[in-house]
Design a protein around this ligand. Structure first.
Ligand code: SAH
Length: 395
């Protein structure tokens, strides 16, 4: 087997079971491994540390498969890891609440680069590293062996594939093609998911807990659902008895599904208003026209793509939060989020606090959010933590 030898002292992160090796830690590569090949990792003194997948084009050229020298990267390896992830999800009793959830969350579930989301009888996968790309057949076989699925669909069209030197691709990996829209249910609400062209694997599964919490506060409220995507938060609020919900998103196709969701859940279409456009502009216009709301949801896309962009992204978060705070009635509620991994939760709270200050309003944190239990953060891999949210009372 080919091997990689680390520079002196660079074995430390492996002793803490961190699954990434950066290019700067590598002294030499022995043999001529192809992209995705399994490679042994040795310390500068020649001790065996781990085996991992090789990705020559990546800034992270090795992602660790196992720290156990007795464990081979074989069909049973993937069966065991997938089985463990499924068993962990089963214990969450998540199926009692919904028919769509994350089954495999990459490094956190011991399969670096693999995302697998279940939508009813279909699995939608993203192979985001050279290692899982190379092992795709074994992984698909393992899923087929363990899960009674109608089909497995690939959505490997995420930009991060380029960093691994992989082309973007989508298509059927096994079984039947999924229907154009898959109907799922979440906390008693029916949604349609476009796994072919929708964002991520089709639905923002990571906001399930927040959607349910916001809905519980929606009764009787005038709600502004900003960055609505296909309506998630707002449909829940309408079902809970919101007086009216205005959804804002820049994606026309996402907004079209909101109308379908209103129909599917027997809601009053007059109470659901969809506005296409840039959220910053719409909120400024609402402010200038003196519109007011009782409950506002701000669930923006990732404003910070890399560490060097933190400052610019922070300005975006501050502006949109200031506008939302200005639009709230006294005692109003704001659900505000950041899904940027580079934004720490402490900094996020500070930015929201600055936004309230600039808006001239007092506010209190009454609840905090992070990722739901099917998107766990492995302790040895804090990089898997990205989602944070605050529920505020604004005076
Ligand atoms: N809250 C949603 C998920 C939101 S994801 C849910 O629960 O399903 C972020 C959304 O912001 C995406 O739908 C994207 O189309 C939209 N978006 C991105 N930039 C935008 C902008 N400048 N103005 C309005 N919407 C935007």
């Amino acid at each position: 087997m080919p091997s990689v030898v680390l520079k002196p002292g660079r074995e430390k992160s492996l002793h803490r079971l961190h699954p990434w090796i950066f290019s700067g830690a590598i002294k030499s590569i022995e043999g001529s491994p192809h992209p995705g090949a399994t490679i042994e990792v040795l310390s500068s003194r020649g001790e065996w540390l781990a085996s991992g997948a090789y990705s020559p084009d990546s800034q992270i050229p090795i992602r660790i498969w196992t720290f156990d020298s007795a464990e081979a990267v074989s069909p049973s390896f993937f069966l065991m890891r997938i089985h463990r992830a499924i068993e962990a999800r089963a214990r969450l009793k998540i199926k009692e609440r919904c028919s769509a959830f994350r089954l495999i969350y990459a490094e956190s579930d011991g399969i670096p680069g693999l995302i697998a989301d279940q939508y009813g009888e279909f699995l939608v996968c993203q192979f985001l590293s050279a290692g899982v790309e190379f092992q795709k057949d074994l992984i698909v076989r393992a899923f087929r062996e363990i899960l009674p699925l109608k089909g497995i669909f690939e959505r490997s069209d995420a930009d991060v594939r380029r960093k691994e030197g992989l082309p973007l691709t989508t298509g059927i990996l096994s079984g039947e093609p999924p229907p154009e829209l898959i109907e799922i249910h979440e906390d008693g609400i029916r949604f349609l998911v476009d796994v072919y062209k929708g964002h991520k694997t089709g639905f923002y599964l990571d906001q399930r807990d927040s959607r349910s919490k916001a809905a519980a506060w929606g009764n009787g409220c005038d709600v502004l659902n900003v960055f609505s995507y296909t309506g998630g938060f707002g449909i829940g609020c309408l079902k809970a008895g919101a007086h009216r919900v205005i959804h804002i998103d820049s994606s026309k196709t996402a907004l079209e599904l909101i109308h379908r969701h209103v129909e599917l859940n027997d809601l009053n279409p007059e109470k659901s208003i969809c506005l296409g456009g840039d959220a910053f502009q719409v909120l400024r216009k609402f402010r200038d026209e003196n519109h007011r709301f009782d409950l506002i949801i701000l669930d923006p896309p990732k404003f910070i793509e890399s560490k060097s962009r933190i400052e610019k992204g922070a300005r975006g978060y501050k502006d949109i939060n200031m506008l939302a705070i200005q639009l709230l009635n006294p005692y109003g509620i704001l659900f505000t989020y950041s899904c940027s991994g580079h934004m720490e939760s402490g900094l996020f709270q500070k930015i929201v606090s600055d936004a309230a200050l600039d808006a001239g309003r007092e506010a209190q944190v009454i609840f905090r959010f992070s990722q739901p239990a099917d998107h766990p953060v492995a302790l040895n891999f804090p990089e898997s933590s990205y989602l944070k949210g605050l529920m505020l009372r604004v005076f």
